[in-house]
Ligand binder design. Sequence first.
Ligand code: BGC
Length: 754
Amino acid sequence: MKLFHLCQIVSCAVLASCTSSTPESTFIDDLMSRMSLEEKIGQLNLPTGGDLQSGTVFGPELDSLILKGRIGGFFNVKGVKEISRLQHLAVEKGSHGIPLLVGADVIHGYETVFPIPLAMSCTWDTTAVERMASISATEATADGVNWNFSPMVDICRDPRWGRIAEGSGEDPYLGAKMGSAYVRGYQGENLKADSTLLACVKHFALYGAAEGGRDYREADMSDITMYNYYLPPFKAAIDAGCATLMTSFNLINGTHATADGKLINGLLRKDWGFDGLVVSDYNSFPEIATMGTSTMDEAATLALKAGTDMDMVSGLFLGNLKEAVEKGLVSEKLIDKACRRVLVAKQQLGLFDNPYVYCNPRRAETDIFTDAHRHAARGIAAETFVLLKNDNNILPLKKRGKIAVIGPLADTPANMVGCWSMHAQTDRYGSLLDAIKKAVGDDAHVLYSQGCNIYDDETMQRNATGSRPIPFIHDTRQLEREALQAAGQADIIVAAMGESSDMSGESASRADISIPSPQRRLLEKLKETGKPVVLLLFTGRPLVLDWESRNLDAILNVWFGGSEAGDAIADVIFGDKIPQGKLTTSFPLHQGQIPIHYNHLQTSHPDPQPGVFNRYCSNYIDVDNETLYPFGYGLSYTTFEYGKPEISSPTLEKGGTLTLSVEVRNTGEYDGIEIVQLYIRDPVAKIARPVKELKDYARVFLRKGETGTVRFILTEEKLKYYNADLEYGYDPGEFLVMIGPDSRNLQTLSFQAK
Ligand code: BGC
């Protein structure tokens, strides 16, 4: 029998600010004493250096800003050669030779692309996330980047929002674990090393609570909800030493997040003690005005006064700040503070000692898209897949007979990588179809048909596949005929369907989050053949899968698994690897249930019974309240049985600990990993607390037939929350503690906290 002891991850030291008198701060004092007001304002300017989609670099404009000292850094330029040229220009010909920050959105990998962050979170594996972030940092720095606009830690309860793909789901505890793992991976032990870069936690704050899931919409929220559910991942990233932070571009209770002094100067800087660089999101400054919270003239000073240091793209600091100082609207001291933070960030990277630390063209040849990185990405991708259904153990498939691979997402490498993968080299890796053919070799015969379009409407298909085109086929009857012919000859049908890459991510909200109709229709036809149908679901968000869950034999949610997704999927469907991911976001049964999250509050009326409509319960007339697949859910090829959990004492003394233990037995036919989850409920508190909240978990490997005991240590820290006065603490009394394989299947014990 195995014993798993769980220890808490100790966050790495918070990066020290350099405002006290150290050789570093003296260096910056001296430098700033020689800078003009215009040059200091220049450091606060972060223009886009180009357009990654088209590969354009705004060369002459950038050169001139650099030479005049009107720029602190840039982003959106790919390639160490050009970046190096710009850095040389700044250091050798720019005013005071101040090196540049070079930013990029390396959200889930660079040229080696890893699964989207939502998928990464379904591993519940912080080591994997850290490894992925560290490889991303190695590749990005090898190409000249020194500042990464990641991690995105926005909690999201509304899967219509496309950017749910970029975060770690709906839970603050898991979100916090993931957020700090990204930071550790990007920044490493030593930020001055040539393979680490500045992390930037974003989007501060509440971007994920955009009303109706419509991107860029306002969030209207109580402080209690914000502090208890939306802020913990930010706090965790800061505590892990995240060097920089990005504000968001939404309104929070009527104030633009980028001009929200209570949030930035108050909470972030004063309460949390964060003295790092705060950058706005893309063009946020003028949006403070367009969203009706200032005139265009005031926007920049409002943002600066609120605590935002750097202006991404708009140029308003450059245009307005000098005049604002002259008119007495803003003090030069504030500009000094912001400028210092930019310079400190450069110092933390070691750029003043060696401005060319990230400008080594040899590294670009040896450290990017390496076999080792691709191997890691393949292994990690396999960990992210969530097996939602597997009737009669149809998966894993045998490598024999005839396999029909059908669907518009089967043979499009560009659409396996997901949103924010603009550094991907889509011609350097194969498709899912290629991987399946390679995996079976001569042992099985693979038939293929695209089968249908993504959408019925050509314009919608174009919207859905903008940067990763999938040609729209007009002769849909012929497409369907081919698919049914392939299906007719096959022993098993593997359908690769769902969303294309561009259907999630920024500005990719969907009102209807089911599988688009031509794909669903084809699934119905495939089902009619009577052959077993396995759905490989590509998606950047939870989808409504009611029909699919009732009619298909198996559903493996493969998200967007990155450049190595094809091989990783083949590994899992043929049983070389075992699925082990568990959902970090609820899959609704019906769109009308949205917003949806497992950690909701109790209603005034009794809980409705699934499948029974009860008048005067908080239930829908037409649909159950229950999710289709709950938070924490995921199957394996093997099965696990839980024993009766035990608690070391009925009382948690002040400052003491309790041990919760449960035996878990692998009762199936494969070795496998189980994610054992622990939830807590406080039935009586000063304010209503959720019906359950994740507070710990363990990933345990058990060989077939093996039993292990999982132990969780409970401390009063796990019971704390922010009350109506925003005091952080807990209320002594009874607590329920629940253990199980997902948020729905739990065994409950109770204890008293003193
Ligand atoms: C996004 C940010 C991103 C920035 C720079 C914005 O549109 O909201 O997440 O970092 O662009 O590309």
